[in-house]
Design a protein around this ligand. Structure first.
Ligand code: PLP
Length: 468
């Protein structure tokens, strides 16, 4: 299995390279050269497997022999062992044909753990094999930092430093990062804003001698391996509901398009997915595209579902490449014009092809609160605001054929967004048992001024200490 860039300007690469590289040199995203296809009997044979075994079987074709199936199964088993539900991603019935696939049972209570817990182990495996180390540096305004820290903590070949703006994250968010006391993890509270933190990270990547010295790397949101690691849960849910002999639809609360792109990939592998419903909040670029081929950027507005507050869905480039019949030149040109003109020209045929599979649905904050309330009143289900966008979208757009169940990707635990849930239902969702003592745990972080030289000196010392 080799990988090509969506913009056509990079030589095909193997699995280990694209795992470590993230983005292609030409600015494009890596895609598998061909899709592994499973037959109907192959799918049937996967029914009823434990999650980690199913995950290894479905991810293995993408590794191109970089590691054995046995080794991969050991890694998936380790990755999901710490989840707080034995099913890893349990399916909960909400209505006669509506289900929630709970993807939030990992350490940071959001679906990103499904991919990042495995990614951290894969990084470590490949780096150790090559005798290399890396230093991961990132900026966070809250959630991505904790998912990255949980993925990289205690990994032998990785050091990680996460910058957050001092005093500007919620206490839960800060504590989810700063109570991780593993020696390879460091948190920096920067005396500045989130934008300052991002600028500092960019400046570190632009400082080539520094970047080379500490082997700087990022856990990139556009890394293909993150998408690959999200394919298995779509299969897990579909197989439980009767696939491959019965088609299913999915409704996915969407931001960067990474989660729903994994559903598309599962379909490309032969899983019978009838429809994909893309849910957005008031930042509705994808809904506008699907409704009227209007892919134009607008300023980001804050909402109750902050992980979907986006202006550009970076993984959409992968779908565009496929819709265009893998025409990399046209993809590259569309992306160039999107950047320069703020509007992506998508040819009519590609737009029609997208509408043949996808539906878009946008919901504002008032609608989100109303949906959380409805779910609680009707079935006693506490949903977080992201999940509620997905269930409302599923209700509005379920396929007419009632034989097709609709599965909503439940992307965050309600306790991660307690204020919105309490406002809608009057119930304050408690943190799960594993995090119940979060407020008593000791914290460790350093406060530093918003000044590059001091931050680089800290990162250098952190990386060196662990090499020695
Ligand atoms: C990241 C995130 C999303 C959006 O997922 P994409 O893959 O970016 O589309 C939705 N909900 C939650 C809770 C998230 O953390």
């Amino acid at each position: 299995m080799r990988y090509v860039s969506t913009r056509g300007g990079a030589a095909p690469r193997g699995f280990e390279d694209i795992l470590l590289a993230g983005l292609a040199e030409d600015g494009g995203l890596f895609m598998p050269e061909t899709w592994p296809r499973l037959s109907t009997s192959d799918w049937r044979a996967l029914r009823g497997l434990p999650y980690s075994v199913l995950a290894a079987r479905l991810i293995h074709p993408f590794t191109g022999g970089a590691l054995s199936l046995e080794k991969l199964e050991a890694l998936t088993s380790q990755a999901y062992a710490g989840f707080d539900h034995p099913a890893v991603a349990p399916l909960v019935q909400l209505d006669s044909r509506l289900f929630a696939l709970e993807l939030f049972h990992g350490p940071t209570l959001a679906f990103k753990d499904m991919a990042l817990q495995l990614l951290g182990l894969l990084f470590d495996h490949v780096l150790e094999k090559r005798g290399e180390r890396i230093t991961i540096v990132g900026a966070t305004s809250g959630d991505t930092g904790s998912a990255a820290i949980e993925a990289c903590r205690d990994r032998a070949a990785i050091d990680i430093v996460i910058l957050h703006p001092e005093g500007r994250t919620s206490e839960v968010q800060r504590r989810q990062m700063t109570t991780v006391l593993s020696p390879n993890v460091a948190n920096l509270a920067v005396q500045g804003s989130f934008d300052d933190c991002q600028d500092l990270v960019k400046a570190m990547f632009a400082d080539i001698p520094f970047r080379t010295e500490v082997r700087l790397a990022a856990v990139n949101s556009i890394n293909w391996v993150r998408i690959a690691a999200q394919i298995p849960y779509y299969a897990y849910a579909a197989l439980a509901l009767g696939a491959p002999d019965r088609p299913v639809a999915f409704s996915v609360p969407t931001g960067n398009f990474g989660n729903v792109m994994a559903a598309w990939a599962a379909r490309a592998m032969g899983l019978p997915i009838a429809r994909l419903i893309v849910g957005s909040n008031r930042n509705d670029i994808l809904t506008r595209f699907l409704a009227g081929n209007d892919m134009s950027m607008r300023p980001v507005e804050p909402s109750l579902s902050p992980s979907m507050d986006i202006q550009v869905s970076s993984n959409f480039e992968r779908l565009l490449f496929e819709l265009l019949g893998r025409d990399a030149a046209t993809t590259a040109e569309a992306m160039r014009r999107f950047r320069s003109e703020g509007r992506m020209p998508v040819p009519e045929a590609a737009w029609q092809a997208a509408r043949g599979l996808f539906d878009g649905f946008a919901l504002d904050d008032a609608g989100t609160l109303a949906e959380i309330k409805t779910l609680w009143r009707r079935g006693g289900y506490l949903a977080d605001p992201h999940t509620a966008v997905g269930t409302a979208a599923a209700r509005a757009l379920a396929p007419a054929d009632h034989g097709i169940p609709v599965v909503v990707a439940a992307t965050a635990h309600p306790a991660k967004f307690p204020d919105a849930v309490a406002e809608a239902t009057g119930e304050r969702p408690p943190l799960p048992a594993g995090l119940a003592d979060l407020y008593e745990r000791p914290e460790r972080f350093n406060v530093l001024p918003n000044e590059l030289a001091g931050i680089e000196a800290f990162v250098r010392a952190h990386a060196r200490r662990n090499i020695a």
